[in-house]
Design a protein around this ligand. Structure first.
Ligand SMILES: NC(=O)c1ccc[n+]([C@@H]2O[C@H](COP(=O)([O-])OP(=O)(O)OC[C@H]3O[C@@H](n4cnc5c(N)ncnc54)[C@H](OP(=O)(O)O)[C@@H]3O)[C@@H](O)[C@H]2O)c1
Length: 352
C-alpha cells in the first residue's frame, strides 16, 4: 500500500509540472492576508490559472468587500466561501479540478482558540478537500519559529505540518519564513517622531533575516513547479545579514538623523507581566489570550528567527538560506525618507 501511495504521488506531481502554467490551476486559501495577496498576484503574473478563495468580508477587521477583493485580484478567479466549512471548500474552491493548493491561512489574532481553528483545523479542511479532489501538491506558508515551539499557534502549525507530511498522496512544500518586514517596522514611525526605540535586554538577544512580502511570494510561487522543492521543509530569509533589535534601532536613528535613544526593557519584567496575566486568566478565562500575547511578544524578543541547531542549541544565521532582492536597509530607508510603510498593515494582532 505504501508503494502504491508513493507511485500515485510521483505520477500526479510529474503530470501537472509538465503542463503550461495557464493550464495549471492553483487554488490559494488565505488569499486576502498580508502574504496571500502577494502570492495571488505573483501567481497571476507567472500565468497560472489562479483561484483566490476569500471570505465575503476579508482583510484586517473584515473591511474589504467582495468588490474590493475582485478588484485587488485582477486576473484571478475570485471565489467566495469559508475555509471553516468543508462543503464550501468542496463546492466553491474545488468546483473544478485543482493541481496545486497554496495555503497562506493564519489566525489573525494568534489567540489560542483561533490558532487551532485556523492554523490547524481550517488548513486541515483545505488539505482534506485537496486530497478528496485529487490535487497533486500543497504549498504551505508556515513559520521558522515552529522549529522551537513554545506557543500555542506554533503547536497548531506543527500539528498541521505533521499531517501534511504524513498524507502520502499529495506532495508538499512547507515554507518556513523568518520575520516579515511588517514585523520589524513597528517602531519606524516612533523613531521618525523622535520617540525612543524600545527593546528587550541589551537588544542583542535575538536576530532575524527579514524577507519582503514580494520576495516571499516569489519563493512560494517557485514551490508550485520546482520539483526540487517538493517534499521539503524550507526555512527562508531575505538577502543580507541577520539583524538584532539593537542594530535595527541604531540604523533607524541614523536614517532619521536623530540621536540614538533606547528604552531597554528587562526580560524579567515581561515574565512578571505574563505570570500576572496567567494568574488573572485562572479567575477570568477571557484573559487567557492576553497572557498568550505576552508570551508571543517575549518569544520574538528573545528567540531568533533563524535556523536553529538543536545539537549546539544555537541559532545559526549562516545556515539560514537567503532569497530575493529586497533588503531591510532599503526598506527602512524608504520607510523613513518616504512613505515606505504603505501596505505594512500590522493587522488585528500587533504582535505579528
Ligand atoms: N509576521 C512575521 O514576521 C512572520 C514570520 C514568519 C511566518 N509568519 C507566519 O505567517 C502567517 C501570517 O501571514 P500573514 O501576515 O499574511 O497573515 P494575515 O495577514 O493575518 O492573513 C491571514 C489569512 O488567513 C485568513 N483567515 C484568518 N482567520 C480566518 C477565519 N476565521 N476564516 C477564514 N479565513 C481566515 C485571512 O482571511 P481574511 O482576510 O478573511 O481575514 C487571511 O487571508 C502566520 O502563520 C505566521 O506565523 C509570520
Amino acid at each position: 500500500m505504501a508503494e502504491l501511495t508513493f507511485k500515485i504521488t510521483q505520477a500526479t506531481s510529474t503530470d501537472y509540472r509538465a503542463k503550461d502554467n495557464k493550464d495549471i490551476r492553483v487554488l490559494v486559501v488565505g488569499s486576502t492576508g498580508y502574504i496571500g495577496k502577494f502570492v495571488v498576484k505573483e501567481l497571476v503574473k507567472r500565468g497560472y490559472n489562479v483561484v483566490a478563495f476569500a471570505r465575503e468580508k476579508s482583510g484586517v477587521g473584515g473591511k474589504a468587500s467582495k468588490d474590493d477583493a475582485i478588484k485587488e485580484f485582477e486576473g484571478a478567479d475570485v471565489r467566495f466561501g469559508d475555509v471553516q466549512d468543508m462543503e464550501s471548500l468542496r463546492a466553491v474552491g474545488f468546483a473544478q479540478p485543482v493541481d496545486v493548493i497554496v495555503s497562506c491561512l493564519a489566525s489573525r489574532t494568534g489567540g489560542k482558540k483561533d490558532s487551532w481553528n485556523i492554523d490547524y483545523q481550517a488548513t486541515m479542511n483545505a488539505l482534506e478537500a485537496a486530497r478528496e479532489k485529487g490535487a497533486s501538491h500543497f504549498v504551505l506558508l508556515s513559520a521558522i519559529c515552529v522549529q522551537k515551539p513554545l506557543l500555542e499557534f506554533q503547536h497548531a502549525k506543527l500539528k498541521f505540518e505533521t499531517a501534511l507530511q504524513a498524507a502520502g498522496d499529495i506532495t508538499y512544500s512547507i515554507v518556513r519564513p523568518t520575520a516579515f518586514f511588517k514585523s520589524v517596522a513597528g517602531q519606524v514611525k516612533l523613531v521618525k517622531e523622535g520617540k525612543p526605540y524600545v527593546m528587550f535586554g541589551d537588544g542583542r538577544l535575538a536576530a532575524c533575516k527579514p524577507i519582503s512580502e514580494a520576495d516571499l511570494a516569489s519563493f512560494m510561487a517557485d514551490c508550485v513547479k520546482d520539483s526540487s522543492k517538493a517534499n521539503q521543509v524550507l526555512p527562508i530569509g531575505g538577502p543580507g545579514k541577520a539583524w538584532t533589535a539593537l542594530e535595527q534601532g541604531e540604523f533607524l536613528f541614523e536614517l532619521a538623523e536623530r540621536k540614538p535613544n533606547f528604552i531597554k526593557v528587562p526580560v524579567a519584567l515581561m515574565d512578571g507581566i505574563i505570570g500576572f496575566l496567567d494568574f488573572l486568566a485562572k479567575l477570568f478565562p477571557g484573559l487567557e489570550d492576553s497572557a498568550e500575547f505576552g508570551r508571543i511578544g517575549k518569544y520574538y524578543a528573545t528567540e531568533s528567527m533563524l535556523v536553529y541547531d538543536p545539537e549546539r542549541q544555537e541559532y545559526d544565521a549562516d545556515a539560514t538560506p537567503s532569497y530575493g532582492k529586497d533588503t531591510l536597509e532599503e526598506f527602512f530607508r524608504r520607510a523613513v525618507k518616504e512613505d515606505g510603510m504603505v501596505g505594512q498593515d500590522l493587522g488585528d494582532a500587533a504582535v505579528f
